[in-house]
Each structure stands twice: as structure tokens, then as C-alpha cells.
Design a protein around this ligand. Sequence first.
Ligand SMILES: NC(=O)c1ccc[n+]([C@@H]2O[C@H](COP(=O)([O-])OP(=O)(O)OC[C@H]3O[C@@H](n4cnc5c(N)ncnc54)[C@H](OP(=O)(O)O)[C@@H]3O)[C@@H](O)[C@H]2O)c1
Length: 319
Amino acid sequence: MGVTQVPEISVGSCDRTMPVIGMGTSTNPPPDPETAKAAMLEAMRAGYRHFDTAFAYGSEKPLGEAMAEALRLGLVKSRDEFFITTKLWSSFAEKDMIVPAMKMSLSNLQLEYVDMYLIHWPVRLSKEVTNMPVKKREYILPLDIKSVWEAMEEGKNLGLTKGIGVSNFSCKKLEELLSTAKIPPAVNQVEMSPIWQQKQLREYCTQKGIHIGAYSPLGAYNTKWGHNRVVECDVLGEIAKARGKTPAQVSLRWLYEQGVSIVTKSFNKQRMRENLDIFGWSLTEEDSERIAQLPQKKGLLFADVIGPYDISLEIDAEI
Ligand SMILES: NC(=O)c1ccc[n+]([C@@H]2O[C@H](COP(=O)([O-])OP(=O)(O)OC[C@H]3O[C@@H](n4cnc5c(N)ncnc54)[C@H](OP(=O)(O)O)[C@@H]3O)[C@@H](O)[C@H]2O)c1
């Protein structure tokens, strides 16, 4: 089986280009490290160079092992061929903890720098939080965006990451961040798919030069936090049939045509390759119009993950 060449794009203030599709690494529960490492190596063989991990996923170490192995095997010539995104966990979202958290992720990944470091969630969690949902309201604290972002900028200036950005940030939170940021966020990674198209947020981010990274592009099909409304969508199914593709490919192609980057997870050899086969063909204008009209529903709600507290409900309600 061949190796797909994935197109790369510039993303705002990031010092290097990003492959438009990346391999997600979030599973619940986390897989055993050998399974995860083997899946990531298989993804590298298929052509994935962009990997999306996070301290919270427990996937940094197996990804680090897989990268080291890929270098040993000659699957890649140098570390620069990879684009690695990882994320600041909310328990470390405090000014003095951020550079140490970056260094801890680098140590897990066996790297000297990552390519993108994101604030994972727009909240801070106290150290009492060990799992979800959070047991007490007082364990969830507002994020001090100004001081947290200063420390993110420090990490970039120290060379620990090529780019800094955010995840799950609304227009309102981005506005607050931009009012004091010296380095604007390169990326806002958010849920996006044909059934949660993020029109307002995308318009705002385009105006401000912030790139959108789409997560759960297949609606996190068959996961604990996911649903079947993308992969089993009738309209996507009809378009897929007409194009000789699968509904998953139609969703991924549609995202690519919107100019966003994508992170999608598959640890299955066939499906991870299927998900790369989104180049060299396109949707028709009529396909895009049909997709634009799909009913919209958010998949991942903070209130479901953290617990239905005022602060999580507020985040869910912000656009
Ligand atoms: N920043 C954040 O807060 C945040 C939140 C959620 C996710 N993410 C990131 O985004 C990544 C992707 O999102 P996600 O994992 O939630 O969801 P996703 O990529 O939409 O869906 C993944 C699920 O779909 C299945 N799948 C993959 N390809 C398929 C295909 N072609 N046909 C049918 N099923 C397919 C996978 O199973 P198999 O493995 O069995 O193929 C897996 O169960 C995550 O892994 C994570 O890295 C970030």
C-alpha cells in the first residue's frame, strides 16, 4: 500500500507548516501502550506526519516511542518531518506551571520541541480533580487568560514549541485573549463536522487570522463521547454513493474544502488509510449546498464531561 502525501498549510503565528490532516490519539479508556504505539507506526507508514496528542490522553509516551522507532526504521529521515500537537491540561493552567508542563510533555514525547502547544480547555481545574465528572463545583476555576497566555508565549520564546494556540475557545474568550496577547494564537482546535459547522466561530477566526483545527470530524463514531450522526447521515451517505466514497471521506473532504485542518482518530489499518483518501477528488457545488443545509447539533458538551455546573453550561452556551 502506498504512502499518501498530505498537503501542508501555513497557520498564523506558527513557525512551520502543518499537514492538513492529522492522526488523533484520544481513546477512552486509553489503549495499552503497545497497541497505541503499533497504531501510530501504522499511521506513519500510511503517510500521517501530524499527530494530535495531549497530556490528558495518556498517549504522549507511546507516540514518543513510535516516533523513535520510525526514525530507527528509516520510515522518516528526521524529527522535522513530524508535526506534533500536544495540549496543556487544565490542572496545570496556572502561570508558573505552564513551562514545566510543556517540559513534562516534551520528556514524555522524547522531543526537544513540539510544533503546536494548545490550551486544552478554557477552564482551570484544582489539583483535587483526578477524573471526570468533577465532584465539586469549587474544583472548577475560571482560566486567568492573560497570565496563562503570557506563560504560553514564554514557552514559545524558549523554543519549547513552534506554535501556540487554544482549544475549545469561543469568540468571547478569543476576544479576551487577543486584547493582551503579544503572540496571537495560531490555532483554535474545536469540534467541527458537517453537523456542527461552527459558522460564526469560523467567520470570527478568519477575520483574526486564527486557523481552525477540526476535531471529532466523524462525530467521534463508536466512542464513549461520540454519536452516529455523521457516519450514518443519509445525505452524506447519498453523496458518498454518488462519488464512490464513504460518508467518513465525504465529511473529511468537506472539512478540507472549508480550509480547516482536521484531526481524526483511527487505530484500524484500513480506516486510517481510507481517511487519507480525500485528495485528488472534490465535492460538487450541489453536494456542498446540501451539506450546508444539514441540521446542526453540537456533539461534545462540557456539561456532560465535567458535570452540569454553571461554568460548564456557560462554556457550552458561548459561540
Ligand atoms: N481538543 C479537544 O478538546 C479534543 C476533543 C476531542 C478530540 N480531540 C482530538 O481529535 C481527535 C479526533 O477526534 P475523535 O477521536 O473525538 O473523533 P473522530 O475522529 O471523529 O472519530 C473517531 C472514531 O471514529 C472511528 N472511525 C475512524 N475512521 C472511520 C471511518 N473511516 N469510518 C467509520 N468509523 C471511523 C474510530 O474507530 P477506529 O479507531 O476503530 O477506526 C473512532 O472510534 C481525537 O483523537 C483527539 O486527538 C480533541
